[in-house]
Write a protein that binds this ligand. Structure first.
Ligand code: NAD
Length: 282
């Protein structure tokens, strides 16, 4: 019988801890922890993400600074805004919602965020530190996966972990985190040969592909832990993951559902990173 990893419950528990830490920070510093969010343009998905992040801040006692610029904003305007947030002592974390409109130089803008305020963990310095297994702010989604694995008491050391997907925001940092936790890690991607066999060797299988129901039972070893990062829509417009949940579940020891698995942890880890950034500034 498989165990469902309840991302909502893990997220709620962690948000409780974050709230307490935020209160302690205010007692010590006399100010609230601050997270600045920058949204350029009117991408509807980005607007939803930003709204959810602001709401989550309010619920945990973190002050949010919402900065909205129009689609037509120039490179200079966005850079000026980010620089002002970098110099603002009330801002502990800066999040620039991606993707930025195509006319903007994303890399140049992101490089303005100093490592200590990079709560998305996407900067070269934070990614580099992660590779070196040094203290850093870790990308939220893979860090959320690690939090859940640890909280469930799932052994990682010495296990075969397979990550499907090599993106800079999920697959690569996920692989690094598992490696740093002493797993033997294989990273698969769209050009991988023998994907099925490699997946079948996994004690821990993480799917971060972006293809609905891609992982089927014949790709899963008996007793595997299956983590589904994917967020897709099926033909009826319903949310579904990269894993064919109904097909795979009986093979697993643990499995994350979609929705209600990895998703709820992502924003929570953003709050977590913001609290860590603030505490380090004291
Ligand atoms: P991406 O498109 O940047 O990367 C997808 C990866 O999948 C690539 O590395 C590619 O090589 C690999 N891939 C594609 N087709 C493949 C195939 N046929 N076989 C093997 N590998 C294949 O996507 P991403 O940003 O890493 O996101 C992946 C998924 O996770 C998406 O569904 C995204 O919506 C979701 N996501 C969820 C959260 C969350 O909070 N739960 C956060 C970020 C991303």
């Amino acid at each position: 019988m498989y165990k469902l990893i309840d991302g909502k419950a893990h997220s709620a528990r962690l948000r409780g801890e974050i709230k307490l830490r935020a209160e302690k920070f205010t007692e010590k510093s006399g100010r609230k922890i601050g997270l600045a969010v920058v949204l350029v343009g009117d991408n509807p998905a980005s607007q939803v993400y930003v709204r959810n992040k602001i709401k989550a801040c309010e619920e945990t006692g973190i002050k949010s600074f919402a900065n909205f610029l129009p689609e037509s904003a120039t490179q200079a305007q966005v850079e000026e805004l980010v620089k002002s947030l970098v110099n603002d002592a009330n801002v502990d974390g800066i999040l620039v919602q991606l993707p930025l409109p195509a006319h903007l130089d994303e890399k140049a803008i992101m490089s303005l965020i100093p490592v200590e305020k990079d709560v998305d963990g996407f900067s070269e310095q934070n990614m580099g530190r992660l590779c070196l297994n040094e203290k850093c702010l870790v990308a939220c989604t893979p860090n959320g996966v690690m939090q859940m694995l640890r909280a469930e008491g799932i052994e990682i050391r010495g296990k075969n972990a397979v990550v499907i997907g090599r993106s800079n925001i999920v697959g690569k940092p996920m692989a690094m985190l598992l490696l740093n936790a002493d797993a033997t890690v294989t990273v698969c991607h769209s050009k991988t040969a023998n994907l099925k066999e490699i997946c079948r060797s996994a004690d821990i299988l993480v799917a971060a592909i972006g293809r609905a129901k891609f992982v089927t039972a014949d790709m899963v070893k008996d007793g595997a832990v299956v983590v589904d990062v994917g967020i897709n829509r099926n033909s009826e417009g319903k949310l579904c993951g990269d894993v064919d949940f109904e097909d795979v579940k009986c093979r697993c020891s643990y499995i994350t559902p979609v929705p209600g698995g990895v998703g709820p942890m992502t924003i929570t880890m953003l709050l977590y990173n913001t609290v860590c950034a603030a505490e380090r500034s004291l």
